[in-house]
Design a protein around this ligand. Sequence first.
Ligand SMILES: *Cc1c(COP(=O)(O)O)cnc(C)c1O
Length: 392
Amino acid sequence: MDSQISVPLLDLKAQYAALKHELDGAMLRVAESQRFILGPEVDALERAMCGYLEVNHALGVSSGTDALLLALMALGIGPGDSVIVPTFSFFATAGVVSRLGARPIFVDVDPVTFNLDPSQIATRIDATTRAIVPVHLFGQSADMDAIMAVADEHGLAVIEDAAQAIGTRYRDGRRAGSIGTIGCFSFFPSKNLGAFGDGGLVTTNDPELYQRLRIMRVHGGEPKYYHAVVGGNFRLDELQAAVLNVKLPHLDGWSAARRRNAERYCELFREHGLAEGEGRQEFDAANRVLLPASVYRAGGVDDVHIYNQFTVRVADRDGLRAFLSERRVGTEVYYPVPLHMQECFRSDADGLPLPVSERLGREVLALPIYPELADEQLAHVVGSIADYYSHR
Ligand SMILES: *Cc1c(COP(=O)(O)O)cnc(C)c1O
């Protein structure tokens, strides 16, 4: 065991080093142009994203959170409305609903994919329901066929929270974020395609909705200074777009490297006798670690998981996490407290237990998965986990 190895959860310096020349040049070009807001870089990014994400319209915005907020605003969602969200997600998924005075309705997730369980949606729909927000958590698509079927049956909009899933394909090959009414993406630095700060994107195939989104991105002024609707400042900076334009051609390569790391992890966990296969749901002596499953892989589509996170489930999670920290392995818990149990949502939650998410909150642990990891680092992570369980 090499005691010098350290494995941070994420190390963006390797990526920057590889592209430093191009990235520095792109930032300098913006500086020299002194054009900072909604200029050629944002235009170019939006065009490139239409091609990459296979959608008719893409709009750069200020963050993934603002992408979600703008999507709900463009759909006219507000007080008296309710929106179905998975309870196991990043806070923003539900936070934006509350900020507009609407009520988030929390639904449990599937224990294998961590994504919204479509079979639990219909019973939560009532006359106030306006939309469903499936989250493609950790980089794998939610079950969009089933979700679109419920939405169509009840006349609901579908806003895909694809913040962690840029480039992900659903089992039929469609891109995450291209299937529902509106797709929302984040360029937060830790996402697979990260800016040098905050940024986001909304996508849609609906031309009228696109116009509404575009106008509401700039305070709802159309023409400028004439406001039929109230929007906000939801703009993406030229500097961020310039960085993203340099990075986008590399995204698929990075996601493929994440997938290779995920496969290597699974192999190593099997070799150490810690896991027998993907997608198990109960712990036993041969399955101390429950591996994430790439459930649509059998369909022959490559990009069904982009592993924004590689999240395992373990018993005694917090003990393991402390031990790994001593071994200089960075980990994180996405997410310890399901949204329906957050203090700020107490009045929205109706006291129903959502047992899968509550259990996941105790068991999930994200391991380092970023593209530049070396094999000896992956081996150090799994070897350290094996050491932890060997004397227990
Ligand atoms: C990151 C993230 C967001 C928010 O994106 P920001 O760019 O950080 O505002 C929303 N939903 C999910 C699932 C996310 O992971």
